[in-house]
Design a protein around this ligand. Structure first.
Ligand code: PFF
Length: 473
């Protein structure tokens, strides 16, 4: 199974279009699998391996998993179909696509453009942590990383995390600038199946450790006591993030999809890829939290550090742990890099469309902005840890603004736009072009018109009120 592929195909197509997105000259993926792999390359990343497990640990294990799966086949399916169809129908990226369908809704494209700009810098901070852990394991120091305080000492220091963060951005920028995505794509094609196999191996090993079974039960068994509206909020934000939804990315990918490709089954495949990897990451990490840290509330609520604290302990207890750790963090680095490339490429193409800047200059501008915006996220765990917004660290604040505020807003307006302005039939007609039938049409229409907008508003309002401390969920 070739899971990944870099966004190379799409990016090369963008490169060919020096003057922006022009429908008549637009290239497209040669095959359906090419499209699915490229979209999966953007979707599968740190969101699946780093973010999903810590949210699942924090928000009730099996309960979170169940809510996430339900949301994936309803909300995720609906939004991804809508975004890809809008892209394919108009042949434009988000900024132009909404405007072309109805000029009053051009603001949705602008909103979509802001979200990757917020995500990219802090995504790269985490990407830097991944490189650091790779370096620790390859230098044979995995045992040190397995100690309780190691991760916190690292992220609370000033210069070191910034150095790794810069390095991650540099890798991303060089790939985007030199257009060497093809090379990354080739490497990723080998790397990703290895990542899947390695993850299965690590998960199976982890389950043999004393105490892990309890963790497996926590991860797989839903329990009503663990359910709260916060579980739904967290799962929804994660769904958008992980599937690169509600930020215009899938509109752009859709604009490169051939008319005779089956849109509905492509969406299902991307969803399965993405959810499968996230599930596997949870399987690898959550039982480990029980086996090595006792599964206490504190250990489950570690948040962003969970992967970096738990996995080194798993590796430390394994034979050849340093080798396995090295390989694992290298693979995660590639997963993060392919996603970061698609984030940066999106920002670059938006700016170029808008300002008609040269590609090199635009890459420089985006790199500098990302460095400046990422610095506070990195410092927010150390020198600037006293700076909190609504009780959140700086990195978590960016994460909150994009995932819990802007994405639900964009998703809400996308639903209203499709449900009541262009009408679900427009999307259904587009889906049927390559397919003749749209199996999920009824689900799609009901979701996009009624269920999704109502839930999204409820989610948005409750997450903001909760964050402001007005209601405690
Ligand atoms: N979906 C990616 C992940 O789960 O890591 C994050 C992401 C990548 C979001 C690319 C947006 C994007 F354009």
């Amino acid at each position: 199974m070739i899971l990944y592929c870099s966004c190379a195909i799409i990016i090369n197509n963008i490169l060919k279009e020096e003057e922006g997105f022009i429908m008549s000259q637009r290239s497209s993926f040669s095959s359906k699998i090419g499209f699915v792999l490229a979209a999966a390359g953007s979707a599968v990343g740190l969101g699946n391996i780093w973010r999903f497990p810590y949210l699942a640990a924090q928000y009730g294990g099996g309960t979170f998993l169940l809510v996430y799966l339900i949301l994936a086949v309803t909300f995720g399916f609906t939004l991804m179909i809508a975004e890809i169809a809008i892209g394919r129908k108009t042949g434009l990226s988000a900024i132009g696509a909404f405007r072309k369908l109805d000029s009053r809704f051009g603001f949705l494209g602008i909103l979509a453009a802001i979200i990757p700009i917020i995500i990219f810098p802090y995504y790269s901070v985490i990407g830097g942590w991944v490189i650091k852990y790779f370096a620790v394991f390859i230098s044979g120091n995995g045992a040190k990383a397995a100690t309780d305080t190691y991760f916190n000492e690292f992220i609370s220091s000033t210069a070191e995390p910034i150095g790794w963060f810069f390095l991650f951005i540099a890798f991303t920028a060089v790939v985007v600038l030199l257009g060497v995505q093809k090379g990354i794509e080739t490497v990723s094609k080998f790397m990703m199946p290895v990542l899947v196999l390695l993850s299965v191996g690590i998960a199976l090993y982890g389950l043999t450790v004393d105490g892990a079974m309890e963790g497996l039960i926590y991860y797989l068994k839903p329990s009503f006591e663990n359910f709260s509206i916060k579980t739904v909020l967290a799962a929804m934000g994660q769904l958008f993030y992980s599937m690169s939804l509600a930020m215009g990315i899938m509109v752009t990918y859709g604009s490169y999809m051939k008319k005779d490709n089956n849109l509905e089954s492509s969406v299902r495949q991307i969803e399965i890829f993405d959810t499968g990897i996230a599930f596997l990451a949870g399987l690898m990490i959550i039982p480990g939290v029980f086996a090595f840290s006792g599964g206490t509330a504190e250990s489950l609520n570690q948040g962003p550090g969970l992967m970096f604290v738990t996995l080194p302990k798993v590796f430390d207890s394994m034979p050849m742990g340093d080798v396995i750790g090295t390989l694992f963090f290298l693979l995660v680095f590639f997963a993060a890099l392919t996603s970061a490339i698609s984030l940066m490429e999106t920002i670059v193409s938006i700016l170029r469309d808008k300002f008609h800047w040269k590609r090199k200059f635009t890459c420089g501008v985006v790199t500098i902005i990302a460095l400046l915006m990422g610095l506070p996220s990195s410092l927010g765990f150390g020198m600037w840890s006293h700076i909190k917004f609504i009780g959140l660290s700086i990195l978590d604040t960016f994460d909150f603004i994009s995932n819990s505020v802007l994405m639900p807003i964009l998703a809400f307006f996308t639903c209203i736009f499709v449900g009541f302005v262009i009408k679900p039939k427009t999307i259904a007609d587009e889906v049927k072009i390559g397919n003749t039938q749209f199996k999920g049409e009824r689900l799609f229409s009901v979701m996009i018109k009624w269920i999704a907008p109502v839930c999204l508003i409820a989610i948005l309002v409750s997450s903001i009120l909760n964050a402001l401390g007005i209601i405690v969920l």
